[in-house]
Design a protein around this ligand. Structure first.
Ligand code: ADP
Length: 548
């Protein structure tokens, strides 16, 4: 229960009497009786004054029937309807005329209590104090809602901060392993260990991304970049990206694309996230050697939906089914709730923090779709089904043919002619990064690719070294001590103009973060942990894939 004290304003009774009625014997009796009961009374000049006072906080409103006219009824209803959801201001009407305005109002709005005249002090006091007691409970509910909202905001801010902080060490680990891949021991066991670090770092990166996305999605800070997206193609890419995990678990996966093209008006990156989450869960929650089915279909919409032209609407359906541990009936209703996880062994061998499905549901809802989970119980496998509105167009009837997806930098074939990222255009690169591990690992990686590298450990030195050394490219962290990355970019740009390429390297990747780096003079914005293929493309002057 909230500890917030009730403000005296929130305990007062607002009194509305007919014009000139403030001094009559009834008004005096009301003041006296309520005053003796410790209730504060405030006389309001008219209905509007009363509405204004009520909006600032009040315990109840006491209105003489003759202060109301038929014309004032809509205004009263409007004021009552405009209250916040927790509020239901008690309205006490001093009633004289049988079936008068008071009776009518009591039939129209539920918060009205009629007080018969002539008033008796004890009945007035008991009616008012009962109303105030109820009102106090409403204010307590308001405080609880405010506390819950505050706690939710704090949680989201904490998650966002945590996610961001985790990206820095992850960046260093991912880059270091890239270096080891080139200079490390060729011994089989060493190679296996490197692969393991890479796999686990990728897993951690995905968790961090989910963490950040969950907090953004809850505070409405994710904007979809919709385009006509081929669902067969997205599903195929997701399957490809899970290859390593499937292999490690010795699962058999069957992919059944829709025989016709299924187009959805969607953000392909977000849909990938949805399907990837479902696939990863199926892989995680199925004991080794299990079976997983992924399918894409176009089906008539469930329910009385129709498309804009009045035809029967089509839904795009993605199903992920597995032969895994299944989900208990009581868990099924909650699997999409934040931080929900079924009971599991203490070793938590499947990892995870209960964010993935929350994110899946929110992202699917943002696309106007639904997601459901089915399972016949523990040990009987699970099926997750995503339904999205399909785009009704002739082109979507075209037979399915895989096409290379431009937005996936990860899967694009490496462009460099010799070894994967060996540079064809060696550059002079300045790295401005305060994290020693991240700085060193990135420096070594770029040297291995054939570039000449200079480093600076803070913003001020970054500016000095850039101006003195005139590098071709400066990779600049944003959260630097002293002079931050934006300032560094501005100052370097002022002196060196367009002769240097400025690339921001940061844990923040939202559109407004990218807007800020652009405004500071950066040419590109990379999010940590940096994708080596993407970085190598930028350095080779190859166009970055869309979406980055
Ligand atoms: P996480 O996997 O990180 O714990 P999710 O939100 O993705 O979080 O999933 C929530 C919970 O739902 C999981 O912890 C697990 O108990 C259950 N679950 C999800 N997918 C499956 C599945 N395919 N089979 C069995 N249980 C599942």
């Amino acid at each position: 229960m909230s500890e917030q004290a009730v403000h005296p304003r929130e305990e007062r009774v607002l009194l509305l009497l007919p014009e000139g009625g403030g001094d009559n014997p009834e008004a005096n009796l009301i003041r006296l009786a309520l005053g003796e009961a410790g209730v504060g009374v405030e006389l309001c000049a008219d209905l509007d004054a009363m509405a204004r006072a009520a909006a600032e906080g009040a315990g109840a409103a006491l209105v003489a029937e003759e202060a109301l006219t038929p014309a004032s009824l809509p205004r009263i209803k409007q004021v009552l309807a405009a209250q916040p959801p927790w509020s239901d201001l008690p309205l006490l009407v001093l009633d004289t005329i049988p079936k008068g305005i008071g009776t009518y109002l009591a039939g129209e709005v539920p918060c009205v209590t009629l007080i018969d005249r002539p008033i008796r002090a004890p009945s007035l006091v008991s009616a008012v104090t009962a109303a105030l007691r109820g009102r106090r409970k409403q204010y307590q509910l308001r405080d609880l809602l405010l506390d819950a909202e505050r706690a939710r905001r704090q949680r989201d801010e904490f998650l966002a901060m945590l996610g961001h902080e985790l990206r820095n060490p992850l960046g260093a680990i991912s880059t270091a392993v890239q270096v080891l891949n080139r200079v490390g021991s060729p011994h089989r066991e060493a190679a296996e260990m490197r692969e393991m670090i890479e796999r686990q770092a990728a897993h951690l990166t995905r968790l961090v991304d989910d963490l950040l996305d969950v907090s953004r999605v809850h505070s409405g800070r994710i904007a979809l970049q919709r385009e006509p997206a081929d669902l067969n193609e997205i599903a195929r890419l997701c399957l490809q990206s899970c290859d390593g995990l499937v292999e490690a678990q010795h699962h058999r996966v069957t992919f059944t694309p829709s025989p016709t093209r299924v187009t959805v008006d969607a953000d392909p990156v977000r849909l990938e996230q949805v399907i990837n989450n479902l696939l990863t869960n199926a892989i995680k929650y199925t004991p080794a050697g299990g079976e997983i089915w992924l399918s894409v279909d176009a089906e008539p919409a469930v329910g009385p939906a129709s498309d804009e032209a009045g035809g029967a609407a089509t839904q795009a359906v993605v199903r992920v089914r597995d032969t895994g541990i299944g989900i208990d009936q009581h868990m099924l209703e909650h699997v999409f709730d934040l931080f929900t996880q079924a009971d599991r062994p203490l070793d938590r061998s499947q990892g995870g923090v209960g964010l993935g499905l929350t994110l899946v549901r929110r992202l699917v809802q943002m696309h106007g779709g639904t997601v459901t989970a089915r399972s016949d119980g523990a040990g009987k496998g699970s099926t997750f089904e995503v339904r999205l509105p399909a785009v009704p167009q002739a082109a979507s009837e075209a037979p399915y043919a895989p096409t290379p997806a431009a937005r996936r930098a990860d899967d694009a074939p490496p462009h460099a002619p010799r070894s994967p990222f060996q540079s064809a255009h060696p550059r002079h690169i300045l790295i401005v990064e305060d994290g020693p591990d991240a700085r060193h690992a990135l420096g070594r990686l770029l040297e291995i690719w054939g570039h000449r590298v200079e480093v600076a450990e803070d913003g001020t030195r970054g500016v000095e070294r850039a101006i003195a050394g005139r590098p071709d490219v400066a990779l600049i962290d944003i959260g630097l001590p002293g002079l931050n990355g934006y300032e560094v970019a501005k100052r370097v740009r002022q002196v060196l103009g367009k002769s240097v390429r400025l690339i921001a390297l940061t844990g923040y990747g939202q559109p407004d973060d990218q807007e800020r780096t652009r405004a500071a003079g950066f040419d590109q914005h990379l999010v940590k942990p940096v994708n080596p293929k993407l970085l190598s493309r930028l350095l080779e002057d190859e166009p970055a894939p869309a979406g980055h």
